[in-house]
Design a protein around this ligand. Structure first.
Ligand SMILES: *[C@@H]1O[C@H](CO)[C@@H](O)[C@H](O)[C@H]1NC(C)=O
Ligand SMILES: *[C@@H]1O[C@H](CO)[C@@H](O)[C@H](O)[C@H]1NC(C)=O
Length: 175
C-alpha cells in the first residue's frame, strides 16, 4: 500500500511541477542559483506560469537576444575601420553566433524542447558558452587580446545570462 501511495503522490507531484503555475517565491529561490539572481528575477517577473512556459519564454528571449547580437555584429562589420584585427574579430564573432554557432544551438535546443528531450536540450544550451568563447577568447596565447569598445560585449553577456537561466530552470522540466 505504501508503495502505491508513494507512486501516486509522485505522479501528482510531477504533474504539479509540469503544468501548474510556479509560485513567484519558487522562481525567486531558483533564480538564486543563477549567475545573476536579480537579472533572472527581473527576466521572469511577469512569468506566473508553469516551468514548461518559463522554458518556452526564456528560449524565445534567448533567440531574440541572439538575433539582436547578430544584427549588431553585422552593423559593426559594416562600420569597421581599416584595422584588420577589428574586422577579423567581428567576422569570427558573426560565425560564432550564426547557424553553425549560438543560433544553431538555440534552434536545436528549441527542437529538443518540443520533443521533451530536456537533458539533450540542456547539452545544446550548454554549448552556447563554448561558441561564445570562440568569439571572445584570443585565437592563440600570443595574440594580444582584442579590446572591443562597442556594445557587443554587453549583448553577449545578456545571451550568457539568459542561457544560464534556461539551464537552471531546465532541471525542473519533467518529460
Ligand atoms: C499567479 O496566478 C495565480 C493563478 O492565476 C494567482 O492566484 C496568483 O495571484 C498570481 N500571482 C502573481 C504574483 O501574479
Ligand atoms: C533580449 O531580449 C529581450 C526580450 O525580447 C529584450 O527585452 C532585451 O532588450 C534583449 N536584450 C538584448 C541585449 O538583446
Amino acid at each position: 500500500m505504501v508503495g502505491i501511495f508513494s507512486s501516486l503522490s509522485l505522479v501528482f507531484l510531477l504533474l504539479a511541477t509540469t503544468s501548474y503555475a510556479v509560485p513567484v517565491s519558487h522562481v525567486t529561490l531558483i533564480c538564486q542559483g543563477t549567475l545573476n539572481p536579480s537579472f533572472c528575477s527581473s527576466l521572469l517577473k511577469n512569468q506566473n506560469e508553469s516551468y514548461f512556459h518559463i522554458a518556452q519564454y526564456t528560449l524565445d528571449v534567448a533567440r531574440a537576444n541572439v538575433t539582436n547580437t547578430i544584427n549588431l555584429i553585422k552593423k559593426l562589420i559594416a562600420h569597421s575601420t581599416k584595422d584588420p584585427t577589428e574586422k577579423t574579430h567581428f567576422r569570427s564573432c558573426l560565425y560564432s553566433f550564426g547557424p553553425n554557432g549560438v543560433l544553431g544551438d538555440i534552434n536545436y535546443a528549441h527542437f529538443l524542447f518540443k520533443r521533451k528531450e530536456y537533458e539533450a536540450m540542456s547539452v545544446a544550451i550548454a554549448s552556447i558558452q563554448s561558441d561564445i568563447d570562440d568569439c571572445t577568447k584570443r585565437k592563440s596565447p600570443s595574440d594580444a587580446p582584442y579590446h572591443d569598445p562597442s556594445q557587443l560585449s554587453k549583448y553577449i553577456h545578456v545571451v550568457e545570462l539568459v542561457a544560464n537561466v534556461i539551464l537552471i530552470f531546465a532541471k525542473y522540466l519533467v518529460p
